[in-house]
Design a protein around this ligand. Structure first.
Ligand code: NAI
Length: 330
């Protein structure tokens, strides 16, 4: 069976080729995103494999169906970029990887926090220039700080457990409190209280209509002066213009973001030779107390192994007429 990959990077090929030895699928990797402009490149493949920024709308799905494609496999958790109704009406099966490594994202969140509070990003550059002075590197302990966690699902709860290990007070907000986490010493409180009492706030809830711009001028004003804010969830949770204003006044002392509102124009690409037109990201990167990573929280060997194994297994099961556990739900 043939599978055509879109948005394929060298690391996708590495992990999928390794696990495909168990299946022997004929895989072709394309670097380009899937969208109306390229869908005609599909020839006799039974499956297409896509990622977060591929556009699998009704128009694309109708062409895929006419070309004989039977399976759309997402090698990611979210499926907001796929028109599930259109896929259903054309008889195409959709599968995804609902959970690959919550620890990968939780640990990256901690890495961002430890970089910011101990300024290791600055120290790294400084000693390379033989500057061994400590001026400007003064940090703060995490021990006994209050950490506010918004969203305590798979990733948020893993993050809570790590922060408890640092000796932090962990206070959380979620629509559905996790009783096991509560028994382990995490205290649930109303959103306003979590924002007002935390020294460090970390976002782990999904982006939807209710959470869009959860962090805005008003909620920022309700936070402690000198707060540290970390977002490894989705860019749209934070109103970037508002957070830039709060950074300028010092109300937000540190910001770590692995996700950004306008990231689809930037992230996963090497733009080192280009002029970036997005002034907002350029302003953010100009602050010494802001750390930006390009949606890499998931990017560990363990997570990529899991993504490749689950995706290939799901394609195999669908090909054999069986249902994988992780079919996308409309
Ligand atoms: P999950 O579904 O296990 O947990 C999400 C939690 O958020 C749930 O407990 C839910 O009740 C809660 N929630 C929903 N609406 C809320 C609201 N309005 N206020 C407070 N809490 C709310 O999801 P998981 O696996 O923990 O992922 C969380 C997010 O992390 C994802 O939605 C995704 O945006 C992001 N993510 C980021 C990655 C990266 O590489 N940076 C990789 C994977 C996920």
């Amino acid at each position: 069976m043939k599978i055509l990959f879109f948005s394929a990077k060298p690391y996708d090929k590495l992990f999928f080729d390794q696990y495909n030895k168990d299946y022997g699928f004929e895989i072709e990797y394309l670097e380009t995103h899937l969208g109306p402009h390229i869908v005609n490149a599909v020839e006799d493949e039974e499956a297409v494999c896509v990622f977060v920024n591929d556009k699998v709308n009704a128009e694309v799905i109708s062409v895929l169906a006419s070309k004989g494609v039977k399976i759309i496999a997402l090698r990611c958790a979210g499926f907001n970029n796929v028109d599930l109704e259109a896929a259903k009406s054309h008889g195409l099966k959709v599968c995804r990887v609902p959970e690959y490594s919550p620890q990968a994202v939780a640990e990256h969140t901690v890495a961002m926090l430890l970089t910011l509070n101990r300024k290791t990003h600055k120290a790294y550059n400084r000693v390379r220039e033989q500057n061994f002075s400590l001026n400007g590197l003064l940090g703060f302990n995490l021990f006994r700080k209050t950490v506010g966690v918004i969203g305590t699902g798979k990733i948020g709860s893993a993050f809570c457990r790590i922060m408890k290990g640092f000796g932090c007070e962990v206070v959380a907000y979620d629509l559905y409190p996790n009783l096991e986490l509560e028994r382990s010493g995490v205290r649930y409180a109303a959103l306003d209280e979590v924002l007002a009492t935390s020294d460090i706030i970390s976002l782990h809830c999904p982006l939807n209509e209710d959470t869009h711009y959860l962090i805005n001028e008003k909620t920022l004003a309700g936070m402690k002066k000198g707060v540290t804010l970390i977002n490894t969830s989705r860019g749209g949770l934070v109103n970037t213009a508002d957070v830039i204003r709060a950074l300028k006044t010092g109300h937000v002392a540190y910001l770590g973001i692995d996700v950004y509102e306008q990231e689809e124009k930037l992230f996963f690409k090497d733009l080192s030779g280009s002029i970036i037109e997005d002034d907002m990201i350029q302003r953010l990167m100009s602050f010494p107390n802001v750390l930006v990573t390009a949606h890499q929280a998931f990017f560990t060997e363990e997570a990529l192994s899991e993504i490749a194994q689950v995706t290939l297994n799901s394609i195999d099961r669908l090909h054999k007429g069986q249902e994988p556990e992780n079919l996308g739900k409309a």
